[in-house]
Design a protein around this ligand. Structure first.
Ligand code: KIV
Ligand code: ZN
Length: 504
């Protein structure tokens, strides 16, 4: 019998701890809905006590995302556990994940408590959490640098107190596959089936996936991971890698997951878009080159028989060779039907606005692909109230003529126009935007990506702006890259203005 390994996704909690990856509530909700489509078993939606934004995100995900168990992290402290419960109480399926360090290094230098005290606190807090929910997970932080006999005593105590899952974190990415496997095996021998054993591996030595797989081989029933492997420092175990390793080598592991692997590519792209963290081209499964065969001998083999050099089919991870879906003459009905097939359920208002954008795009671009439609739709879903909107943009200049941008913006209800010169067309446009909006934000990052191929491809621009210590990301897509750049900048300014108003 193939064992089903639970996938505990922590993209929205540990993943969000990646430098620069913080997400707002709407973005978290969008990711959580995609995780639901992907079929993860548990979504760690945040750390309720850490911020009002995390609290709100957990609450909304708990009531709006169907399917997975929704979980909040909580330190082994009464206030944290109560706050986690407050955020989770409306969710139909909920879990509190509480943790306390167990290694001597942490106990001595950071927490300044004895081993005995740490066991007592851990068991007491698991008991408290169990009074609120019947699904409690406990993590002995820095488990892989903890004395094994002591670790087993902690685990006995928390299981006895009611923990249904014991998660073993390799907090600093220190362990080796064989060593981690031995730890998991010892825990399994000790607790048998009294609780599910989980692996939570960090990637400091590039071994997070290997360590998680070793845990599975030795009795773990849950793996904690993130999309694209994002997370604290070098990141966490990558969801797509561990899932595809289990699926591809089910013969070896005798284990699989509930993941709908066809949603992997879309999930990866969404995380890249929202966090602005790109995926390296040679990354396994979701890297741009993961299915690109360059060597002549490989190409020859593939043409004769795909399995000669392909162990995973691109289709199995939802990487359908750019599919033509709709064109200029497609109507509202076909557009709506395609969105449904792609898994989107938009409100009437979002649908109308996305359809308008689709029609506009169809006038500029001959062939429209799924990826184009998804870009339009994700813009619609993550829309925030607009103080500024782009009305018109005319660029002039050339190699020997300093470029200029004539920009027309709607600011609240007024139309304002300005012409600026710059080192390039984007520079001129950004100067005009900054002048009209009278904003003084710093541009931290500017990235351009083409969504599909061809000279009429939809280009997507992502910018990071900073103002008064707040960093936001803005996105813009258009077949004209300068227009996409203007949209991205304006989108980021709207986000900054939204944050400022929300704080008042
Ligand atoms: O890496 C870690 O130890 C954690 C715990 C909170 C589980 O993320
Ligand atoms: Zn972690």
């Amino acid at each position: 019998m193939t064992r089903i390994i639970k996938i505990f996704d922590t993209t929205l909690r540990d993943g969000e701890q990646s430098p620069g990856a913080s997400m707002n509530v709407e973005e978290k909700l969008q990711v959580a809905k995609q995780l639901g489509r992907l079929g993860v078993d548990i979504i760690e939606a945040g750390f309720a006590i850490s911020s009002a934004g995390d609290f709100e995100a957990i609450k909304r995900i708990g009531s709006e995302v169907e399917g997975p168990i929704i979980c909040s992290l909580a330190r082994a402290k009464e206030a944290d556990i109560k706050r986690a419960w407050e955020a989770l109480k409306d969710a139909p399926k909920k879990r509190i994940h509480t943790f306390h360090s167990t290694s001597d290094i942490h106990l001595k230098h950071q927490f300044r408590v004895s081993r005995e005290e740490a066991i007592r606190i851990s068991a007491e807090m698991v008991r408290l959490a169990n009074g609120f929910v019947d699904d409690v997970e406990f993590s002995p932080m820095d488990a892989t640098r903890t004395d094994l006999n002591y670790l087993l005593d902690v685990i006995d105590a928390v299981v006895e107190a009611g923990a249904k899952t014991v998660n073993i974190p390799d907090t600093v990415g220190y362990t080796m596959p064989e060593e981690f496997g031995r730890v998991i095996k010892a825990i399994k021998e000790r607790i048998k089936d009294k609780a599910v054993i989980s692996a939570h591996c960090h990637n400091d030595l590039g071994l997070a996936v290997a360590n998680s797989l070793s845990a599975v081989l030795n009795g773990a029933g849950q793996v904690e991971c993130t999309i694209n492997g994002i997370g604290e420092r070098a990141g966490n175990c990558s969801m797509e890698e561990v899932v595809m390793a289990l699926r591809t080598r089910r013969d070896f592991y005798n284990a699989d997951t509930n993941i709908n692997t066809k949603e992997i590519t879309r999930s990866s792209r969404l995380i890249t878009k929202i966090t602005g963290i790109p995926v390296q081209p040679n990354k396994a499964i979701v890297g741009a080159n993961a299915f690109a065969h360059e060597a002549g001998i490989h190409q020859d083999g593939l043409l004769k028989e795909k399995t000669t050099y392909e162990i995973i089919s691109p289709e199995s991870i939802g990487l359908i060779s750019a599919k033509l879906v709709l064109g200029k003459h497609s109507g509202r009905h076909a557009f709506k039907a395609r969105l449904k097939e792609l898994g989107y359920d938009l409100t009437q208002e979002e649908m109308e606005s996305a359809f308008e954008k689709f029609k506009h795009l169809a006038d500029q671009k001959k062939d429209i692909y799924d990826e184009d439609i998804e870009t339009l739709v994700s813009e619609e879903i993550s829309r925030i109230p607009e103080v500024y909107s782009l009305i018109d943009l005319t660029i002039s200049g050339g190699i020997n003529v300093k470029p200029s941008a004539r920009l027309k913006l709607k600011v609240d209800d007024h139309i304002v126009e300005k012409e600026e010169h710059g080192d390039g067309p984007v520079d001129a446009t950004y100067k005009a935007i900054a002048f009209i909006t009278q904003t003084k934000s710093n541009l931290l990052k500017f990235e351009v990506k083409s969504i599909t191929g061809g000279t009429d491809a939809l280009g997507e621009v992502t910018v990071s702006l900073e103002e008064d210590g707040k960093t936001v990301r803005g996105h813009g897509a258009d077949t004209d890259i300068i227009v996409a750049s203007a949209k991205a900048y304006i989108n980021a300014l709207n986000k900054l203005s939204y944050i400022k108003k929300a704080k008042k």
